[in-house]
Write a protein that binds this ligand. Structure first.
Ligand code: URA
Length: 242
């Protein structure tokens, strides 16, 4: 692939902008400055740098972000900064999007990608991907609330009761709740329907992918094939047409 096209695909602007970067001597490939925008490279496995920041070529970008509280999962946030402000410009130019949303006050694992089919698979209700939340509650959690969450609680907008896939009390005001749907305020509404209230909400994992302890709030990391495999998206695909 020509260098200017490759840079464009990785979020370094239009073809003309990418060409200008190369002409300005700001792009190196395999450690050597390359000033020919039409020089051809095999993209798979290519390491290049722009202004001394190193990038691996990636056909699609898959990231895990540790969302801090008081950030909104919207590109046009109303009251708080956007989670997208935590990502570097080339990723934004690639058009990455959050896979589902976390509330402004919720923290934890947020997947971000520019692969539309991945977003579709992750968010499809058919996939039933478990999401594990750590929930701090306002009131002491009693056995009745746990059984209500496990057997199913009634939400206002759904005639069918919604049940947690798992619910473990960690201490008197702390639950680990696993849900397989991705609906608006789902955990808060379920806990409220069980007679309690969410005071703090943290998403610890999605499928088998757990937020690494080393990833501080506000930081992001690339996800490669081994981490993506933990989501088991293909195993969760059913055979009917999507
Ligand atoms: N459930 C909620 O209530 N809020 C979230 O952000 C995620 C799940």
């Amino acid at each position: 692939m020509e260098l200017e096209r490759l840079l464009r695909s990785q979020g370094f602007g239009s073809r003309a902008e990418s060409r200008a970067l190369v002409w300005a001597g700001r792009v190196s490939v395999a450690g050597e400055i390359c000033d020919d925008p039409l020089a051809r490279f095999e993209p798979e496995g290519l390491v290049f740098s722009v202004d001394d920041v190193s990038w691996d070529y990636r056909k699609f970008a898959y990231l895990a972000l540790n969302k801090p509280a008081d950030y909104e999962c919207s590109r046009r946030p109303l009251h708080h900064p956007s989670v997208y402000s935590l990502l570097p410009e080339p990723l934004l130019k690639r058009g990455v999007q959050a896979v589902g949303r976390l509330d402004q006050d919720a923290t934890g694992l947020l997947l971000v990608t520019d692969d539309g089919s991945f977003i579709h698979k992750c968010t499809s209700p058919r996939k039933q991907i478990p999401k594990l939340y750590e929930v701090i509650t306002r009131h002491v959690v009693d056995d009745e609330q746990i059984s209500a969450l496990l057997s199913g609680v009634q939400l206002h907008d759904d005639p069918q009761a919604v049940a947690a896939a798992a619910c473990v009390r960690l201490n008197e005001r702390c639950l680990q709740l696993t849900v397989t749907q991705g609906r608006y305020h789902l955990v808060k509404r379920m806990v409220a329907a069980a007679g309690n209230r969410v005071e703090a909400l943290h998403r610890a994992s999605i499928g088998g992918l757990t937020l690494p302890e080393s990833l501080a709030a506000g930081q992001w990391m690339w996800l490669d094939a081994p981490e993506l495999a933990l989501l088991a998206l293909n195993q969760r695909m059913d055979s009917s047409a999507e």
